[in-house]
Ligand binder design. Structure first.
Ligand code: GLN
Length: 486
């Protein structure tokens, strides 16, 4: 087997048995990147020199951390000290953080090797990576299609075997939807499970960092490393994180799985529906009990999210003014400099969101929009609480369609926003959810199954995912990028 195909856990076993060296794996990963990155374009920055230096240091110090020598990619909105962090925005094109995010600090102490920073929709605003201020990342399954977004670079890099796993961030689906489009695993942890310190804020009440990996066990391994209370993030919750790998292979016989009737609606692609229904049957064959549940406020989720997320964004992005960070334009006075900096530094989607959010928060409109949206958010959250009185996990499609074509939705923001319908409620409620591969469309594009859990019950989500994955093996199929590349 080519070493770049390895997942994290497989690589760890080989390294521990001394059958391969960290250098063998890194060589394989960088030659893979050389072969396919020209077509996929997953990375904003590659950190080749730093990666080789790093494995030398690890070898010298005999580091045997849980991820020692494992090459991973990190989304470029997560700060890495001394390594450019751009959020795929012109306004941060030259920004080199003077500090390390908590998640990468934890990865560092576990011995991981950073291969590069991955492309995203500018400031994580989007569902296709087409809003990147630099370039569009392509889906390794079909280079004419989007990889999803906003963590499209991370998902594409994992699917194309340009790294063994990656980190993404998820505000309204940005880990799960690209994972679904690229045929990999993506987990959004419970809000508060993973520190957001050093994640460039988009919508602080929704943002959460999580793993994108080739299999469920790898997601559990990465979650083990990055989760835990952090006093530098006041929204991180002081709960003990269990070992997420330990309960993976429990039987799921007798577990109650909810299927929300509001998620099988018009506009759901028939191929996606077929794969998801088959997946639900497969779970039933494993002994789970499937029950219909209702999440009655689902229809309001997109509108609610796009008011709250834009409001928070308009406030969070006020800090990019040409003084504190990154790019600064010329101006005849201070105000003019602010305006020129923001006018030329931000792309069109970011400007649209700042305007929408500023409007929603403005005096006279606050009650009608922002406050109303907060109230509806509470209803969406209580939908889940009620459903979880009946069931252990909830299963839905991750996205209403498989990967769409580059250019198809980018000129129609509303269509793009609507494609987030199945992922957004989860962020509003703060609960954990995963997307795992569950089949393919007739055109051969991957379909994602979303499994949603109770607050802080990632263990159940991972348990059901692992049982499904092991009994079906959908994750073993790889994209034909080698063919496409020639
Ligand atoms: N697609 C959603 C948006 O555009 C979600 C983005 C995200 O999760 N970062 O806001």
């Amino acid at each position: 087997m080519e070493l770049f195909r390895l997942g994290i856990s497989e690589a760890r076993d080989l390294l521990r048995r001394g059958e391969v060296s960290a250098k063998d794996i890194l060589d394989a990963v960088f030659s893979r990147i050389e072969a396919v990155e020209g077509s996929v374009k997953a990375f904003v920055s590659l950190t080749r020199a730093e990666a080789y230096e790093r494995i030398e240091t690890l070898a010298r110090t005999g580091d045997d951390g849980s991820l020692a020598g494992i090459p991973l990619a990190v989304k470029d909105n997560i700060c890495t000290k001394g390594i450019r962090t751009t959020c795929s925005s012109k306004i941060l094109e030259g920004f080199v953080p003077p500090y390390e995010s908590s998640v990468t600090e934890k990865l560092n102490s576990s011995g991981y090797v950073l291969v590069g920073k991955t492309n995203l929709d500018e400031f994580a605003m989007g569902s296709s990576t087409e809003n990147s201020g630099f370039f569009v990342t392509r889906n390794p399954w079909d280079l004419e299609r989007v990889p999803g977004g906003s963590s499209g670079g991370s998902a594409a890099a994992v699917a194309a075997d340009e790294c063994l796993g990656a980190l993404g961030s998820d505000t309204g689906g940005s880990i799960r939807q690209p994972a679904a489009f690229c045929g990999v695993v993506g987990l959004k942890p419970t809000y508060g499970r993973v520190s957001r310190y050093g994640l460039v804020a988009f919508a602080s009440s929704l943002d959460q960092i999580g793993p994108i990996t080739k299999c469920v066990k790898d997601a559990a391994l990465l979650l083990n490393v990055i989760s835990g209370h952090d006093k530098r993030d006041s929204t991180s919750v002081p709960v003990e994180a269990p070992d997420f790998t330990s309960g993976l292979d429990r039987e799921i016989r007798g577990l109650r799985i909810g299927v929300p009737r509001e998620y099988f609606i018009e506009g759901l692609d028939p191929d996606v529906e077929r794969s998801v229904r088959d997946a639900i049957e497969a779970l039933e064959r494993l002994g789970a009990e499937v029950v219909e549940v209702s999440l009655p406020h689902t229809g309001y989720a997109v509108a609610t999210y796009y008011i709250l997320a834009t409001s928070e964004a308009s406030s969070n992005l006020a800090r990019f003014d040409g003084v504190k960070y990154g790019f600064r334009a010329e101006g005849k006075d201070l105000i003019d400099m602010y305006m020129e900096t923001r006018a030329s530094g931000f792309g069109p989607e970011v400007k649209r969101r700042i305007m929408l959010g500023t409007y929603a928060l403005s005096a006279g409109y606050y009650d009608a929009y922002y406050r109303k949206a907060q109230q509806v958010r509470t209803l969406v959250k209580s939908d889940f609480e009620k459903a979880f009185e009946e069931v252990d996990v909830i299963v839905t499609p991750t996205s209403p369609t498989a990967a769409f074509r580059i250019g198809d939705k980018v000129s129609d923001p509303l269509q793009m926003y609507l494609s987030d319908i199945f992922t957004i409620s989860v962020n509003l409620a703060g609960v954990p959810a995963i997307s795992i591969p569950c089949g393919y469309t007739t055109e051969g594009l991957p379909v994602g199954l979303q499994i949603i859990g109770k607050h802080f019950d990632e263990a159940a989500v991972l348990n059901v995912s692992y049982a499904f994955e092991q009994s079906t093996g959908w994750h073993e199929r790889r994209p034909g990028i080698d063919r496409l590349n020639r």
